[in-house]
Design a protein around this ligand. Structure first.
Ligand SMILES: Nc1nc2c(ncn2[C@@H]2O[C@H](COP(=O)(O)OP(=O)(O)OP(=O)(O)O)[C@@H](O)[C@H]2O)c(=O)[nH]1
Ligand SMILES: [Mg+2]
Length: 353
């Protein structure tokens, strides 16, 4: 199964400017001859893969992209200005498909790669161009060439920056819904989520990452119990895991240990990935129970869990901010030291079965 992010957009290159019909007129010069300049070229439409973008979400808000028209030519042989190009900036890995999706127009697999999708119309020739030995005073000029237009699809295979893990019913889908615009199915029984869900978490403009909610893990998942561990492939490349433990269950320490064991058994470096530990559903507990559950979990995990609730929203933003710092680090961006205070737990592998 692939996570796809796609957007359909309209693109148009600029029309060329028309050539001018004009004659030189000066006081003492008779029959000054034609001096109409050429029209400017219309702008092109380009697409460019850039670093630092990870979704096509911007193309859901704006769907029409038109390059500028070339200016008309003018008298005294003045050339019209060329129209400005439009450059669509997209994440690395974006593919461009024709409107019917039958044809692959461009495949942008490397940062900096640029492809021209539509060429701007040429400017028309002014009447100067048509001057010849026979017709020394042409009264016609070319119109500019029309630009081109097309509807295209942009398609991107999404990679989750952050993965949500936990037992069934831990509240993963609820958490994803609280953190993003995704609307996963939520219900009070295990294995509600049968397929991974993705959401885009928008902390502020430019602070955006993709989070995956995957089906819950149970003991023996690595041997195929429940839905197994096959969906863990979707979080293999993520920067960090958010491990949600349901605070309303009896054995929070056991819940954490079970999931850690399955991550370990799965391999692929998942157990070494950074984990942010969170005790979820704390809205349902009084102060005393919160403290007791947090202490139990800390005793097993060796780190104090964050207290969160996908239902009330408590602690959600702080948790997402911590995850975002890991994502930035993973993308090779520098994160200031003073932001590091409540850093995610470095996996120590200290837990024992
Ligand atoms: N009180 C409370 N209940 C919650 C919270 N988050 C989830 N729940 C409830 O817990 C149940 C399970 O929530 P889901 O979000 O479906 O859990 P999940 O981890 O996605 O479950 P699976 O998809 O089965 O793995 C639902 O009845 C939710 O309403 C929370 O923060 N507080
Ligand atoms: Mg779910």
């Amino acid at each position: 199964m692939k996570f796809l992010d796609q957007a359909k957009i309209y693109i148009r290159s600029g029309n060329g400017g028309a050539g001018a019909v004009s004659f030189r007129r000066e006081k003492f010069i008779e029959y000054g001859g034609p001096d109409g300049g050429d029209g400017g070229r219309g702008g092109d439409v380009w697409i460019e893969a850039v670093e630092g973008l990870n979704t096509l979400i911007d193309y859901r808000y704006q769907q029409h992209f038109k390059a500028e028209t070339g200016e008309h030519g003018m008298g005294r042989n003045r050339h019209g200005h060329n129209g400005a190009d439009v450059v669509l900036r997209v994440p690395v890995g974006t593919q461009v498909l024709s409107e019917d999706k039958e044809q692959l127009v461009a495949d942008l697999s490397e940062a900096g790669q640029r492809v021209r999708l539509l060429k701007g119309g040429n400017g028309g020739f002014g009447n100067t161009y048509f001057k010849g030995p026979v017709n020394q005073a042409p009264r016609h000029a070319n119109p500019g060439q029309e630009g081109e237009e097309a509807w295209i699809w942009l398609r991107l295979k999404l990679i989750a920056d952050v993965g949500l893990v936990g037992l069934p019913n831990a509240g993963k889908s609820t958490f994803l819904a609280a953190a993003s615009a995704a609307k996963p199915k939520i219900a009070d029984y295990p294995f509600t989520t049968l397929q991974p869900n993705l959401g885009v978490v928008d902390l502020s403009s430019g602070e955006r990452f993709v989070m995956a909610d995957i089906p819950g893990l149970i003991e023996g998942a690595s041997e195929g119990a429940g839905l197994g561990t096959r969906f863990l492939g979707h979080v293999e490349r993520s920067a960090v895991l958010i491990h949600l433990v349901d605070a309303t269950q009896d054995d929070v320490a056991g819940a954490w240990t079970t999931v850690r064991q399955e991550l370990e058994a799965y391999g692929e470096g998942l157990a070494d990935k950074r984990e942010i530990l969170a005790l979820n559903k704390v809205d349902a507990l009084d102060e005393e129970t919160r403290a007791a559950k947090a202490a139990e979990l800390e005793a097993a995990a060796g780190i104090a869990p964050r207290l969160v609730s996908g239902v009330s929203g408590e602690g959600v933003t702080e948790l997402l901010r911590e995850a975002w710092r890991q994502v930035r680090r993973n993308r090779g961006q520098i994160v200031e030291d003073d932001e590091d205070e409540d850093e995610a737990r470095q996996p120590s592998g200290e837990w024992s079965p």
